[in-house]
Structure formats: structure tokens, C-alpha cells
Ligand binder design. Structure first.
Ligand code: NDP
Ligand code: 2IT
Length: 444
């Protein structure tokens, strides 16, 4: 079957799952040069197998809210590919979650995890539960019910979930507590745990720090660095916060943040004190980014996104398809030199085309945000050893991993006729490792 035919079949077999179609299309288009060199992948139907999840689990999540009313949410876990290791990938709790979102995330995770060089397959899960506005007890009730079913399908050598949008240390804690109670074993079934109960130091920081380490590698190859650069970040959650933290450490000035309600612009830069305010606002008060504008008397645009403001570097770190072709043109007109994706699939295909055509350095999510899952992999290693490494040791390893991901990505782009195109580089780099493993393991 040709690549076009395979894509058509994915669309027909997964009707309405537009984000999944988008993620598959990008990968299939960019691995074409690799497939031409390896006809054995086609004859053994590696691609047809790769686009079909090994297992899809959907379940009812009933729970009782504070008023005593029963609520019913939907739970998902897509165990996409385990050719190179146990399924690994986060859980997303957000009202927009449906099967197509989890499949797109699980599919991308296969290649991202392969790029890290660690032994992790790809998976993703979540629920349409909205933690916003819920009490702590409600979040706990929900997490316990979610894990009561999920516990049958996961395990430290089978499938190891972690956080994603709406799932942080609090939710991981409630789920880990329930798992431990159900199976009567203390084991590394989840990553992103608190350091007191089996978590790795450096995991909260890992995605944001890794994103900036990757950006630094892209700049370094051009003889440049982050010092003195103006940076626009979207989102204000885990990834955005620690990307901001690392930018500050490296002497860059961050001028924007956002959430699902709107965007703030602080031309003086979000400094250390303001960063600490944002962490308290988002992690403890669980408030809105608008409150930042009120606190520091800066511009707030209701429903706005950061891409209209001039910057040297853009780090989209909120959600999928948050930066479109028009935004990319605006960024380019304002002189942006590099874009690196903290979120998964934040740039639309049209936006990516603009960046590549205009020669703007572009770090795709599978490479640029792989720091989070990398340190999750290191958390799994520490759990297996029953040891905890120091923050410095983890951070050092993270820097090495991000550098290797950059090198693999750059080399593969070059090798397959697309020098400087890190989309091709990341997709081919991840794909080759998984495809070779799938060949070696037989028709499974
Ligand atoms: P958080 O829940 O901590 O933060 C998410 C942020 O994005 C919040 O500011 C949120 O605003 C905003 N956001 C969420 N949905 C939307 C939306 N539909 N429109 C506009 N803004 C939105 O999640 P993370 O920081 O962990 O995740 C951010 C992105 O990074 C996601 O794409 C995730 O898949 C990706 N990622 C996360 C990793 C991790 O380790 N956590 C690893 C690799 C990638 P609000 O508060 O209003 O909801
Ligand atoms: O998208 C991602 O890579 C994550 N949400 C982190 C996954 C993980 O298992 O740490």
C-alpha cells in the first residue's frame, strides 16, 4: 500500500479524529525518504502496523461531587507501541479530551520516546474531567475512581503513565495512593511522583528546562545563544513556568504568558519575583493569568495569544494548534529567529510551512519537549534501583539527552536530504529506531 493509501485508510478507520489524522499525516510525509531507502518496511507492513494502536482502553469513571451528586466521566488509555519498551506517556485531564486527542498524543509519543535513547514505548491517556473549579476532595474522588479501573492495565514493566495538561503532582499523588492500595505494592507505576514518595528530583523542571536546552543547541549551531534575547512563551502551566525559569537563568527576557482565558504582555520582562508570583498564582491559588496584569499593571488581552508581540524566540507551551499560519507570518515579520515547541503539536501544518520556508529555526515537539519524558525514564531507573539521584546528576543527564536529541535530529535531516529541517530529522530519527525494532520482533 502506498503512503497516500495508508493515510486514507487511517482517516476512514478513525472518523472525526482530526488531531490524530494531522499527527499521522505529518509523520508519514516526512518519513517518505527513509521508506524509499528501506523497501523492507513496506513489504512487512511496518507503517500499517505503526498507525494502529496495540490496544485502546476506554472506561467509565463514576465519582461523587461535593453536593452528593454522581458524575460520570470518560477515561482513556491508548497503548500505542511497545516495540522498544513499556508504554510510556502522560495523562491529560481536560474537557476537550476525546479518543482523537489521546491517539494523536500517543502516536507522537512513540517517536519522541525513541529519540530520547531510553527504552520506552509510546502511550497516552486521560479524561474529559475538568479539574478547574473542583475542590480538592472532588479531584481526589475522581483520581481514585480513574485509577481503580486504570490499575488493571498498567504496571512498572507494562505501562507507566505520568502528567500532562491538568495532571500534576497533586493528581499523580492521588492516583499513586490508590494504585498502591489496590495492588499492595510500592512500585514505579507512575512518574512525576513527589520526591518523598519515589519521584525524581528535576522531573517538575524537566520539560521546560529541556525545551530551553534544545533551543540553546539550535542557537549554538548558528554561533548564537539566549543571552539578551526576548522570548514569548504561551501557557502558564508546568512547561511554561520552567521554560521561563531557565530563560531567566540564561539571561533572556520573557515578555508573555497566557492561559485558556487570555494573554499578558510585560515589556519590562517577567523577572524572578514575578516568576514566583506566577507559580503561586497557578499552583496554589489556581487563579487566572489576568490577575498578573492586575498585580503588575501590564497589558492583558482577553482571548488573546502571545504571537502578535515582537520577540526573538517563541516557545508555544500551552496546547495543540495554538499557533496558526497567520501567527507564524506575524512572528516572521517581527523578526523571530527560532521557534521551539514546548506543547505537543502547537503549530498548525501551515505555521510549520511558514517557519521552514522562511529559514526560521524550528524545533518540533517530539524533539524539543522530550526532556519531560526523558526524566520520567530516569525516574523509572531510580525506582528500579531504589535509589534517588541528586538534582545536579539528573539535570546533567537531561542536558546530555537534549544535546543527543538535537544531534540525532540534525543528522537525520541531513542524511535524508532535508538539512536544517528538524521536522524530518525528528520524525525519521524516531521512526528508524522503532521500525527496526518492529522488524526484529516479527509480525506482532
Ligand atoms: P498544565 O496543565 O500545567 O498547563 C497547561 C497550560 O496551557 C495552562 O496555562 C492552560 O491554561 C493552557 N491551556 C490548556 N489548554 C488550553 C487551551 N485549549 N487553550 C489555551 N490554553 C490552554 O500543562 P503542561 O504545562 O504540563 O502542558 C502544556 C503542554 O505541554 C501540553 O501540550 C502538553 O501535552 C505538553 N507537554 C507536557 C509535558 C509535561 O511534562 N508536563 C511534557 C511534554 C509536553 P488554563 O490554566 O486556563 O487551562
Ligand atoms: O507529552 C509528554 O511527553 C508528557 N506529557 C510527559 C510524558 C511522561 O511520561 O513523562
Amino acid at each position: 500500500m502506498s503512503i497516500d493509501r495508508i493515510y486514507e485508510q487511517v482517516v476512514n478507520r478513525n472518523p472525526g479524529e482530526v488531531e490524530f489524522h494531522q499527527a499521522v499525516r505529518e509523520v508519514l510525509e516526512s518519513i517518505e525518504p527513509a521508506i524509499e531507502k528501506h523497501p523492507e518496511f513496506m513489504s512487512s507492513k511496518v507503517i500499517e502496523r505503526l498507525v494502529e494502536p496495540e490496544r485502546v482502553i476506554m472506561f467509565r469513571v463514576p465519582w461523587v461531587d461535593d453536593s452528593g451528586e454522581v458524575q460520570v466521566n470518560r477515561g482513556f488509555r491508548v497503548q500505542f507501541n511497545s516495540a522498544i519498551g513499556p508504554y510510556k506517556g502522560g495523562l491529560r485531564f481536560h474537557p476537550s479530551v476525546y479518543l482523537g486527542i489521546i491517539k494523536f498524543l500517543g502516536f507522537e509519543q512513540i517517536f519522541k520516546n525513541a529519540l530520547t535513547g531510553l527504552a520506552m514505548g509510546g502511550g497516552k491517556g486521560g479524561s474529559d474531567f475538568d479539574p478547574k473549579g473542583k475542590s480538592d476532595t472532588e479531584v481526589m474522588n475522581f483520581c481514585q475512581s480513574f485509577m481503580t479501573e486504570l490499575s488493571r492495565h498498567v504496571g512498572p514493566d507494562t505501562d507507566v503513565p505520568a502528567g500532562d495538561i491538568g495532571v500534576g503532582r497533586r493528581e499523580i499523588g492521588y492516583m499513586f495512593g490508590q494504585y498502591k492500595r489496590l495492588v499492595n505494592r510500592f512500585e514505579g507505576v507512575l512518574t512525576g511522583k513527589g520526591p518523598e514518595w519515589g519521584g525524581s528530583l528535576g522531573r517538575p523542571e524537566a520539560t521546560g528546562y529541556g525545551l530551553v536546552y534544545f533551543t540553546q543547541e539550535m542557537l549554538k549551531a548558528q554561533g548564537d545563544d539566549l543571552k539578551g534575547k526576548t522570548v514569548s512563551i504561551s501557557g502558564s502551566g508546568n512547561v511554561a513556568q520552567f521554560a521561563l525559569d531557565k530563560c531567566l537563568q540564561l539571561g533572556a527576557k520573557v515578555v508573555t504568558l497566557s492561559d485558556s482565558s487570555g494573554c499578558i504582555y510585560d515589556p519590562d520582562g517577567i523577572g524572578r519575583d514575578k516568576f514566583e508570583y506566577v507559580v503561586r498564582l497557578k499552583e496554589i491559588k489556581r487563579g487566572r493569568i489576568k490577575e498578573y496584569a492586575e498585580e503588575y499593571d501590564v497589558e492583558y488581552v482577553d482571548g488573546g495569544r502571545p504571537w502578535d508581540y515582537p520577540c526573538d524566540i517563541a516557545l508555544p507551551s500551552a496546547t495543540q494548534n495554538e499557533l496558526d499560519g497567520a501567527d507564524a507570518n506575524t512572528l516572521a515579520d517581527n523578526g523571530v529567529m527560532a521557534v521551539a515547541e514546548g506543547a505537543n503539536m502547537p503549530s498548525t501544518p501551515e505555521a510549520i510551512e511558514v517557519f521552514l520556508e522562511k529559514g526560521i529555526l524550528f524545533g518540533p515537539a517530539k524533539a524539543a519537549n522530550a526532556g519531560g519524558v526523558s526524566v520520567s525514564g530516569l525516574e523509572m531507573s531510580q525506582n528500579s534501583q531504589r535509589l534517588s539521584w541528586s538534582f545536579q546528576e539528573v539535570d546533567q543527564k537531561l542536558q546530555e539527552i537534549m544535546r543527543n536529541i538535537y544531534l540525532t535530529t540534525a543528522e537525520n535531516g541531513k542524511k535524508y536530504g532535508a538539512e536544517g529541517n528538524f521536522v524530518v530529522g525528528a520524525n525519521v530519527g524516531g521512526f528508524m529506531k522503532v521500525a527496526r525494532a518492529m522488524m526484529d520482533l516479527g509480525v506482532i
